[in-house]
Write a protein that binds this ligand. Structure first.
Ligand SMILES: Cc1ncc(COP(=O)(O)O)c(C=O)c1O
Length: 482
C-alpha cells in the first residue's frame, strides 16, 4: 500500500458556544461546524478524547459521547485502535467561498511567472541542487545555530563574502561592514531609510528598476529622475546639476537599458557625491555576467582607492548568480552606518535564516559559487549569442538591440509598427513573457517616441531560443488589438 501521511488535526481555536445546550451537544456542534466549513479536512485525524477533554476541561465521557454522535451522523469514522477520522466528503457547493479561493491560490503554477522571456530569472535547471542540498544538510543538524542569530548576519557568511567581494569586485570591505539582507530588495529599503529623510530627494535612473521606485513611494521620499539614453547611458550632466541627497545607480548593466557606466563616468559620479555630501546607492547587478569585456571595478572599490567610499552603499544579490527563491542579498556600508542599518533591519525582519546563511558561507568559501558563476557565464554568453543571431534572422529589420552584451536580458527598440503593449499581449498568447519599456517608466513615458521591450533569456533553454524568437516574430506582424 502506498504510504499516506496522516494529517493530525490541531484543537486550535475550537470553542464551545455559550448557550443552554448540554456540553456534549455544544462540542458536537463545534466539531460539526469545523468539518462542514472545510476547516477540518477529509481523512484528518481528530484529537484524542484524552487530549480534547484536558484542553477543553470537559469530562472524557462527554468527549467520547460527542465523538460517537459524530460517528453516528456520518461526519466521523472510528478506526479500531487508531482513533477518529473526518469521513464526510462535502459536495463542492457546500464549501464556503474562502476555501475555494485558498485552493486556487495554492495552485498557481510557480513555473508560470519564470517562463521564457521573463527577465531576471537565471537558468533554474543548471543550479547544482544536489550539492546545495548537501551544504544545507551539513548545517541542518547543528543545534548550536537553532537559536537567534546576530541581526547583521552570520559572521562566517560575512567573512566569506568580504573575501569574495574584494577579489571579484575590488570592494573595500571587511565582515563588519557587511549586512546580510533578504535579497537586494531589503538592502535597498534599509539603505533608503538609513540615508534619506522625508523632504530629501533620491535620484532614480529613468527608465529604471521599478522595485526601487516602489521603495521610494512606500517611504514617501521625494524622487527625481536622471534620464538613461539608449546606447549612451546615464545623463551625467543632469546629475551634476542637482544637489540631491542620494542617487541610485546600476552601473554594471543599467536595468533595463543595458548600458554601462565607464570608469571616467564612475569617477564623475563619485566626485559629485563627494562634493555635495550626497550618497550613492550602487546596485552592482549583473556585474558577474559581462560577455564582451572584463567588468569595470565597482564604484565602491574605485572610490575606496581614492579614500572617498564614505558615502557609497554597495548592494548585491544571490538571485541571479544562484536562484531567486533563495532570497539572499547583502549591503556593504561605511562603518559609520552599520549600527543604524542593523537597527532598521532588526525592526523590519530581525535576523536572517541561520541554516541558509551557514550553507551559503561554505558554498562561497569552498569556491563553489565562483565555479557556478564561471560555468553560467559561458552558458549565458552562448545564449546571448543565440538571441542576437535569432533576432537578426527573424525579427523585422527595423527592430534593433540596444543593450550591451551582458546580463540575462536583451533590450529591443523600434520606431513605428506595432506598439509595445500590443506586442506584449500577443506574445503572452504565445506563452512568452515580454516586458514593455513603459513598465520601467511608472511615472510616464516622457515623450519617448520609440517602442521598447526587454527579453530575459536566462531561464530559456539554449535550444528553444530560436523557436521562441520565431514565435515572437509572428507577433510583430499582428498589429490589431486583441
Ligand atoms: C536592478 C536589480 N537589482 C537587484 C535585483 C535583485 O533583487 P533581489 O535580490 O531582491 O531578487 C534585480 C532583479 O531583477 C534587479 O533587476
Amino acid at each position: 500500500m502506498p504510504y499516506a501521511a496522516i494529517l493530525h488535526i490541531d484543537i486550535g481555536d475550537l470553542r464551545l458556544a455559550e448557550n443552554d445546550q448540554t456540553l456534549q451537544q455544544k462540542l458536537f456542534n463545534a466539531i460539526r461546524d469545523k468539518i462542514t466549513q472545510g476547516l477540518w479536512p477529509l481523512a484528518g485525524k481528530l484529537p484524542s478524547t484524552r487530549k480534547l477533554s484536558e484542553e477543553l476541561k470537559l469530562s472524557r465521557n462527554t468527549v467520547t459521547a460527542a465523538y460517537e454522535q459524530l460517528v453516528y451522523e456520518g461526519y466521523v469514522e472510528s478506526r479500531k485502535g487508531s482513533g477518529f477520522y473526518v469521513s464526510i466528503e462535502l459536495p463542492d457547493h457546500y464549501l464556503p467561498e474562502i476555501n475555494s479561493t485558498l485552493a486556487e491560490v495554492g495552485h498557481i503554477d510557480q513555473q508560470d511567472i519564470n517562463r521564457s522571456f521573463a527577465p531576471g530569472v537565471p537558468d533554474l535547471t543548471q543550479f547544482p541542487v544536489k550539492k546545495w542540498q548537501r551544504y544545507i544538510q551539513n548545517h541542518a543538524s547543528r543545534s548550536a545555530i537553532l537559536g537567534n542569530g546576530h541581526v547583521q548576519g552570520a559572521l562566517e557568511l560575512r567573512q566569506a563574502l568580504a573575501n569574495y567581494l574584494a577579489s571579484s569586485r575590488s570592494v573595500v570591505c571587511n565582515a563588519n561592514r557587511i549586512i546580510i539582507t533578504s535579497g537586494a530588495q531589503q538592502a535597498l529599503t534599509i539603505a533608503t531609510m538609513a540615508i534619506l529623510k522625508r523632504n530629501e530627494t533620491l535620484l532614480l535612473e529613468y527608465p529604471g528598476y521599478v522595485q526601487m521606485d516602489k521603495v521610494s513611494n512606500l517611504l514617501n521620499i521625494n524622487k527625481a529622475h536622471i534620464d538613461v539614453e539608449p546606447l549612451k547611458g546615464l545623463n551625467i550632466k543632469q546629475l551634476e546639476a542637482t544637489n540631491a541627497k542620494a542617487m541610485y545607480v546600476t552601473p554594471s548593466n543599467q536595468y533595463p537599458m543595458g548600458t554601462t557606466v565607464n570608469t571616467e563616468q564612475r569617477l564623475r559620479l563619485i566626485e559629485w557625491a563627494s562634493l555635495n555630501k550626497s550618497w550613492i546607492i550602487e546596485d552592482d547587478y549583473d556585474s558577474e555576467f559581462q560577455f564582451a569585456h572584463r567588468p569595470y571595478t565597482s564604484m565602491q572599490g574605485l572610490a575606496g582607492q581614492l579614500g572617498l567610499d564614505q558615502n557609497i552603499i554597495y548592494i548585491g544579490s544571490f538571485s541571479k548568480v544562484m536562484f531567486n527563491g533563495l532570497r539572499m542579498g547583502y549591503m556593504v556600508v561605511p562603518e559609520s552606518l552599520v549600527e543604524q542599518c542593523n537597527t532598521i533591519k532588526d525592526a523590519l525582519s530581525g535576523d536572517s535564516p541561520s541554516h541558509v546563511q551557514h550553507a551559503l558561507a561554505d558554498f562561497i568559501a569552498d569556491g563553489e559559487l565562483l565555479r557556478h558563476i564561471r560555468k553560467m557565464r559561458r552558458l549565458y554568453k552562448a545564449k546571448h549569442q543565440a538571441m542576437v543571431e535569432a533576432i537578426e534572422r527573424h525579427l523585422p529589420t527595423h527592430v534593433e538591440i540596444i543593450s550591451q552584451p551582458g546580463g540575462l536580458h536583451v533590450t529591443l527598440r523600434w520606431v513605428g509598427g506595432i506598439n509595445e503593449e500590443l506586442l506584449r499581449q500577443h506574445a503572452l498568447k504565445q506563452n512568452l513573457i515580454v516586458r514593455t519599456l513603459a513598465y520601467y517608466q511608472p511615472d510616464g513615458i516622457k515623450g519617448r517616441t520609440w517602442n521598447g521591450i526587454v527579453l530575459g533569456f536566462g531561464n530559456t533553454p539554449l535550444t528553444d531560443i530560436e523557436q521562441n524568437i520565431v514565435r515572437l516574430a509572428k507577433c510583430f506582424d499582428q498589429n490589431e488589438s486583441l
